[in-house]
Design a protein around this ligand. Sequence first.
Ligand code: NI
Ligand code: MN
Length: 227
Amino acid sequence: MKIQYLGHASLLIETNGKYLVVDPFITGNPLASGKIDADKIPADYILVTHAHQDHILDVERIASNNPGAKLISNFEIVNYFGQRGIAGHPMNHGGSWHFDFGRLTYVNAIHTSSFPDGSYGGQPGGFVLESAGKTVYIAGDTALTEDMKIIPLMAKPDIAILPIGDNFTMGYESAAVAADYLKIDKVIGYHFDTFELIKIEHAKAIETFKKAGKELILPEIGDVFEL
Ligand code: NI
Ligand code: MN
């Protein structure tokens, strides 16, 4: 499995011969410009954690560039994009489904989820992806929550991708506690530095994890991680 960081909370996952794009927000991210071409992103599936603009901005662009790509999200978000002609697979919290790329579970997140036009975007979530013998937890935007303790009881993650930018989500101190809850040692941070309100001090973040006996990876846009 390969995971590429596309900036902010956007990921491109290649596994079992399929491409999964998570929370595409490329054209609105000045940090990604010149590094990621939103029109060259391959997609068999588009996974969306919640309806906020910084997670859905490029859904329609990527769907139209990749005819047949299927949206996977909560019921309300799949319904919203379904009315715009995008095929989807609706899920809800605690539910799993075996797709051709692997098993996916939509899990709890503590956040909000309205669309930019104010319409209801269901309840926000995260994803647990079990594929090619690996398990990845993609938290989405969330606070630290004890709900994370149930994830390793279902499937122990090899790696977790957690928001660390603070203000709108948990910060890196909470993310280090989350790593404990998840029973893992290695975290890829995301949802940081994109906006003024989520800029972090990199050295401090890495040091906080080190003190907790854990490793925090702060990806550069375009970085690829192979599991
Ligand atoms: Ni959000
Ligand atoms: Mn966000």
